[in-house]
Design a protein around this ligand. Structure first.
Ligand SMILES: N[C@@H](CCC(=O)N[C@@H](CS)C(=O)NCC(=O)O)C(=O)O
Length: 220
């Protein structure tokens, strides 16, 4: 590859340790889109760099070859799906599209509540943890993943074809298992566990393994 090619590749901002980043990275790879990776953290010293192009300084962000900056994994995936065309992992229209978007929305919500609980435990001193809030978050995580497990059709989430629901749920499930092994083992979501195990061995998942260091100690 020439230096010119490198200049025209999109750049993905954020670490694979962020499940929102990882679902984008996996999708880029499944679509065969070459990209560069800028593994910035959304806390600590990297925060100011992110704020230069994202007013809420979060990851993921994707800088397109022409310089346009996309933020939020849903917005980025919407763009990548359009690039992928007929190979899109999100059905183009109709009931199939609504189904995948609904599954992904529940997965996003459950994962956001998981992350909210992790931030509470990470950034607040233990004596300041608010147990009712943590319990409420845990219930939404439990109910969300439990519901998803019950919706799994097989062999893929919605049936015969792998979709974005499979990618997103597997990435979020692996993130949860890594962060809170006992809690997630207790959820009894055997179908989600099997899905995650199946995808974890694939090249796109193996190339996007989470980095060791995940959260800065300071908010930044
Ligand atoms: N809805 C967003 C959520 C992204 C998100 O929560 N990213 C986290 C990293 S896992 C982040 O940047 N946190 C820093 C912050 O919220 O300030 C998406 O889907 O991209």
């Amino acid at each position: 590859m020439s230096e010119d090619d490198a200049d025209t590749r999109p750049v993905l901002y954020g670490r694979h340790a962020s499940p929102f980043v990882r679902r984008v990275a996996v999708t880029l790879r499944l679509y065969g889109i070459e990209y560069d990776h800028a593994p910035l953290m959304p806390f600590g010293p990297d925060k100011a760099e992110l704020a230069a192009f994202n007013p809420i300084a979060r990851v993921p962000a994707l800088r397109l070859a022409d310089g346009e900056m996309l933020v939020d994994s849903a917005v980025i995936l919407d763009h990548l799906d359009q690039v992928a065309g007929a190979r899109s992992l999100t059905p183009a229209a109709g009931a199939a599209r609504r189904r995948v978007l609904t599954l992904v929305a529940i997965a996003l919500g459950a994962n956001e509540k998981l992350v909210a609980g992790l931030y509470e435990r990470h950034f607040r001193p233990r004596e300041a943890w608010h147990a009712p809030w943590l319990d409420a978050c845990d219930k939404q995580v439990r109910d969300g993943f439990g519901w998803l497990d019950g919706q799994f059709a097989g062999p893929w989430f919605t049936g015969r074809e792998m979709t974005q629901a499979d990618i997103t749920v597997a990435v979020f499930w692996l993130f949860g298992r890594g962060k809170r092994p006992k809690f997630f083992a207790g959820l009894g979501c055997n179908r989600l566990q099997a899905l995650a195990e199946k995808l974890q061995g694939t090249p796109a998942f193996q190339a996007t393994l989470p980095e060791q260091e995940t959260l800065a100690s300071e908010l930044g």
